[in-house]
Design a protein around this ligand. Structure first.
Ligand code: GDP
Length: 300
């Protein structure tokens, strides 16, 4: 966790540093506030949250009068934390009922890190003493099932897969059936994320969801978003949210961008919390999203 924090801090703290430098100026004129806005917008915070934050900062700085660096830091930390949402429920729910495993469906556009995230999440759960079955329902990308199975072998989880180009819903159904038969605690289902036809996606994900729910409740639908894709990622998020009820967001590749503001923007866009973050390609590079630690990493 310490290592992950360090990596997050390395990629993120230009935003906080930039803001602190601006707010430390002797005269906070309109130009400076515009620069504050630009800094936030450049970090993908989004227009409405940026305006809200700037308004709050203006008010508080005015009340403060003279500003010591420590006071500014505290003020900025508080306001950023409020923006990120310190009290949202960020638990990945996998509570299995008596004889049905917890079921988590992982959705998102191909290339965002869906399969990798599914594998990493399996690893976290297995390390936590839970037995996991993986469903390779991404039958669109040829290598996805192999990739998932490799993760499964690595972490000790059975992978249920079908023929290439097979029906994702039937694989998802089989995976949950297998999970029930094995008495597994959790079933994680990797899905395909082709976006070019929204109705195709809707049909496919809707069907996967429906067949899974024949066995019992679906506990989580995690949307995987690549943090480096900025506004494009938001557009994708919107499409998925129209297709399936998202319960949590996984923001991947935060190690590769300083634009951590996307956390705020996407939560605002979907009204759903960021639950996990990806900070690298390795098996241990998935972490729970902790607002306080995240804001600390922003401010440096
Ligand atoms: P999928 O098509 O959505 O299933 O995407 P993959 O899981 O195959 O991931 C696409 C690429 O992104 C792979 O090279 C992964 O190793 C990489 N990747 C996934 N998550 C992260 C992350 O958090 N950080 C970095 N740097 N790379 C990641």
């Amino acid at each position: 966790l310490v290592r992950l924090r360090a990596r997050l801090a390395r990629s993120q703290n230009t935003l906080g540093k930039g803001l602190l430098t601006l707010l430390s100026r002797e005269h906070l004129d309109e130009d400076t506030w515009e620069e504050v806005e630009d800094t936030l917008l450049t970090a993908d915070v989004g227009v409405a949250p940026t305006q809200e934050l700037v308004e709050r900062l203006r008010e508080r700085v005015k009340v403060l009068g003279t500003r010591s660096p420590a006071e500014l830091r505290t003020l900025l930390r508080e306001e950023l934390l409020t923006l990120v949402g310190p009290d949202l429920d960020r638990t990945v729910h996998t509570e299995s009922a008596a004889d049905v495993p917890g079921v988590v469906m992982v959705v998102g556009v191909n290339g965002t890190g869906k399969t990798t995230t599914t594998g990493k999440l399996a690893r976290v759960l297995v390390a936590d003493g839970r037995s996991v079955v993986l469903g390779a329902a991404d039958t669109f990308r040829a290598a996805a099932a192999d990739q998932l199975q490799t993760w499964g072998e690595r972490v000790g989880a059975r992978t249920v897969r079908g023929p290439e180009g097979g029906d994702p819903a039937s694989i998802a159904y089989d995976a949950v059936k297998e999970g029930i038969a094995e008495g597994a605690d959790v079933v994680l289902i990797d899905t395909a994320g082709r976006l070019h036809t929204k109705t195709g996606l809707m049909d496919e994900l809707g069907k996967v969801k429906r067949v899974v729910e024949k066995h019992g409740p679906l506990d989580e639908v995690l949307l995987v978003l690549d943090a480096t894709t900025g506004q494009n990622g938001l557009i994708q998020a919107r499409v998925f949210a129209e297709v399936v009820h998202i319960t949590g967001i996984v923001l991947t590749k935060l190690d590769g961008t300083a634009k951590g503001g996307i956390v705020v923007a996407v939560q605002r866009e979907l009204g759903v919390p960021v639950k996990l973050i990806g900070l690298g390609e390795g098996a241990d590079d998935l972490a729970p999203f902790e607002p306080a630690a995240f804001v600390d990493a922003l401010i440096g």
